[in-house]
Design a protein around this ligand. Sequence first.
Ligand SMILES: O=C(O)CCC(=O)C(=O)O
Length: 352
Amino acid sequence: MIRCSGLSEHILLLLKGFNRAFGSKRNKFGTILSAKELHGYYTPVSIVEWVRQKLVFVIRPRLEAALPCGAVFAPGLHIPTRFFQVINHGVSENLMNEIRNVMKEFFEMSDDYKQNLYSEDPTKKCKLITSDQRYPNQKPYLWRDALRHPCRPLEPWQQFWPEKPTNYRECVGNCTIEVKKLASRILGLIGEGLGLQAGYFDNELTESMLLSASYYPPCPEPSLTLGLPKHADPNIVTILLQNDVYGLQVLKDGNWIGVDPLPNAFVVNCGYELQIISNGRLKSVQHRVITNSSNARITAAFFVAPLEGAIIEPAKALTNQIHPPLFKSVKSKDFLTQYYASSDTVLQYFKA
Ligand SMILES: O=C(O)CCC(=O)C(=O)O
């Protein structure tokens, strides 16, 4: 029988200011910097300016009103470039709460129901996976359950999504529509910053979307586990909804930097396929998730991705004699196959 990690025997404590209280210290997975140490990296900038100037660190909007989508860098954050949080993004607070609740309800449902969705079949599109099965052989041990399924195009996938909680399909469907709109706006700004023609990403480059909802239960031995190991995403852009429990960290110059959850913010990060299209100007950033002993962390990651047949290559407008293409053209499907075989070394297979 599978043991989908349950929360019931644990007491929920609200975790606040966890990262700030951390200070700078080393654990077996690397150095964790405190917010104070990161203060010098604080640079206000809009998304367009950020991409244009290729700034190293981005945090807040200089001119909130100048952002066409109204999305702003959330105040008070210290996150390396290509990884940022947006607030005022247009997705309603109600919908964000609904999706958090529906995911919580799903992961806390009985194993009897969830085990029907569980699968180790790599070809199965809608499935629940858990780190338990491979636990004895993992290094480090992983501590996560995840529900993954394609969510765009809505048809034909919606029929394969969980039937319970009863509002799952409607809620995830609505959220997918809103997240897609947000992704289009953000990619519009990124395209503008790169100097690409308007609507560059409004096509097969962003027509697919995968949802990966993660549940990281409280862990009795956080120092021995990770929720997710170090990795960078393969796709165009990832939009992540977190609950209020800290766990996400981003790698910058050998240091792990915590991404404190902000109320109703989405975390946005670039994937390898955007790195190729931008001819290396936007780099996919490695990140990981740590565990904690008190609170369950729940997240929903929407991976905005190209259709399988879409060609991924450096945008013509970004290459010339001085800036030759750094990458070869590749079909998105073939890129993903290589990514799953080689993970963080994937780009070396497609160097021009
Ligand atoms: O759960 C998170 O905070 C990050 C999820 C993530 O990185 C992933 O699903 O690839």
